[in-house]
Design a protein around this ligand. Structure first.
Ligand code: AMP
Ligand code: ZN
Length: 112
């Protein structure tokens, strides 16, 4: 059994509020949402961070799902933000690549 939290969520060993799943990608609501829409979109494959991506096609798959979800959640028209944290200064807390999809309110810029 994996010790990675997001691997375990993708394998449904740990429950989550899932919003999308296909062969390669899993998406679920963030447990501590920072906006009305706050979804984490992850590869099922364990990739620790954006700097560890070897097969760039996975990034395209993630963006394809992000666009589908933005439309499904109604934020494509109003606007949304996609964030990937890497490393200590960004506050990355979970070492499994995840794209934050945030929307449903005005998002301040620049982020803190
Ligand atoms: P990051 O700081 O980019 O690593 O983001 C990690 C995100 O994972 C945070 O926004 C957390 O709220 C979220 N998170 C942590 N544990 C869970 C969980 N069990 N289910 C859903 N989201 C989680
Ligand atoms: Zn993992």
């Amino acid at each position: 059994m994996s010790e990675c939290l997001f691997c375990r969520i993708a394998a449904k060993e740990i429950p989550s509020s899932m919003v999308y799943e296909d062969e390669k990608i899993f998406a679920f609501n963030d447990i501590n949402p920072q906006a009305p829409v706050h979804i984490l979109v992850i590869p099922k494959e364990h990739i620790p961070s954006i700097t560890d991506v070897k097969d760039l096609s996975v990034v395209g798959e993630l963006y394809n799902v992000i666009n589908k979800l933005a439309e499904a959640k109604g934020v494509k028209a109003t606007g949304f933000r996609v964030i990937v944290n890497h490393g200590k200064d960004s506050g990355q807390a979970v070492p499994h690549l995840h794209f934050h999809l945030l929307g449903g309110r005005h998002l301040h810029w620049p982020p803190g």
